[in-house]
Design a binder for this molecule. Structure first.
Ligand code: PLP
Length: 357
């Protein structure tokens, strides 16, 4: 079984303790009335949602307003593209930068590494603790992919000083940065300013609705440096022509109904994340938001080991080696924590430690 099959199986699995899949527990989100949002959109907008439309999308103006009201950043609607989730934005970026180096941190999100390989691009996987020195070595015009807030797989978040340093290097070395902001709104502490707010001409900021509303919408807002917009549009025109007008309209109606506030509706989910944070603290596990964190064990955690605890204990986890080239992660696992309540989270961590420490 390969990595994608394993992750897909986990996403659909009925395993008792699913610490493997990063799928949103939609029962903790408010009821989502698709027809109502469609109607709200249609009464405010004359776009024919059933037809083909502009490759950039039918709601860039609403995307611009969303960024302004949630991040205090102005981005002209002409520099915004609607995509089929952040994954399509990653694919566009990999296509646009396929003749340059595309770098990412180790451990990595497989969606970047596999896509660079798919387009035959030049991939550079940088060990986390060597980020700045390796960025300094990238050729001019390279792209650096990062998940600055609550990354998948490690759960880590960049400090403001690290963000500033990345931008300073990007300016000096003529690099572009792709900030995958998929988990940004799942914060338990105050948000750190985005990389995009520091320099809008160097950063591609991709904001997905998959974890804040529903992955089924397949919708992300991609805020682009002016110089890259037409290249991204050309790639998108070939890849998917345009994103579905129907799901854009649903997102648009939802935004209008909620005054563009993209995380006020998540108190139930955040209350679970908060309770789970205090469980994780008991195990010296650092967690401040998002769906993932790293658990360090005293034994090697291979695929076989994960299969074993799946069969014996009904616990699904992913070995960190699944997301890394480096042996230094042999004893770590990625745990997805949003699916379980605090009682089951504690129970499953106890079981993992009892059996295998
Ligand atoms: C880091 C990261 N980026 C992107 C995605 C895919 O997001 P989307 O559903 O918006 O394509 C995921 C999905 O789990 C993810 O973990």
């Amino acid at each position: 079984m390969n990595r994608i099959e394993y992750l897909n199986n986990l996403a659909q699995s009925n395993v008792q303790f699913n610490l493997g899949a990063g799928t949103p527990p939609l029962e903790l989100y408010p009821t989502f009335d698709i027809n109502n949002y469609l109607e709200i959109f249609k009464s405010n907008n004359s776009s024919d949602v059933l037809n083909y439309h502009k490759t950039s999308g039918i709601i860039p103006e609403l995307a611009s307003e969303t960024l302004k009201l949630n991040e205090g950043i102005n981005c002209p609607s002409a520099e915004i593209i609607l995509t089929n989730g952040t994954q399509e934005a990653i694919a566009l970026a990999c296509n646009v930068f396929r003749n340059k180096t595309i770098a990412c941190l180790d451990p990595y999100y497989p969606g970047i590494v596999d896509t660079v390989r798919m387009v035959g691009g030049k991939l550079k996987i940088i060990p986390e603790d060597r980020m700045f020195e390796e960025l300094e070595k990238l050729e001019s015009g390279s792209l650096f992919y990062i998940c600055a807030d609550f990354s998948n797989p490690t759960g880590k978040t960049l400090t403001i000083d690290q963000r500033k340093e990345i931008i300073t290097i990007a300016e000096r070395r003529n690099l572009y940065v792709f900030d995958d902001a998929t988990y940004r709104e799942l914060n338990l502490l105050e948000k750190v300013n985005t990389l995009y707010s520091i320099n809008q001409e160097r950063v591609i900021h991709s904001m997905s609705f998959s974890k804040i509303l529903s992955p089924g919408l397949r919708t992300a807002f991609v805020f682009l440096p002016k110089l890259l917009t037409s290249k991204f549009l050309a790639a998108k025109a070939n890849l998917s022509i345009n994103s579905s007008g129907i799901t854009q309209a649903i997102v648009g109606g939802w935004l209008l109904e909620n005054n563009f506030q993209i995380n006020n509706h998540l108190p139930l989910l955040k209350s679970r994340l908060k309770k789970n944070q205090s469980v994780l603290n008991d195990y010296d596990c650092i967690y401040s938001g998002g769906f993932f964190t790293t658990l360090n064990l005293n034994i090697k955690t291979s695929f076989d080991w994960c299969q074993e605890i799946l069969q014996d204990k009904n616990i699904a986890v992913c070995p960190m080696r699944m997301f890394s080239e480096s042996k230094s992660y042999e004893k770590s696992i990625r745990i997805a924590i949003a699916n379980l309540n605090e009682i089951d989270l504690r129970k499953s961590i106890e079981l993992i430690f009892k059996e295998h420490q």
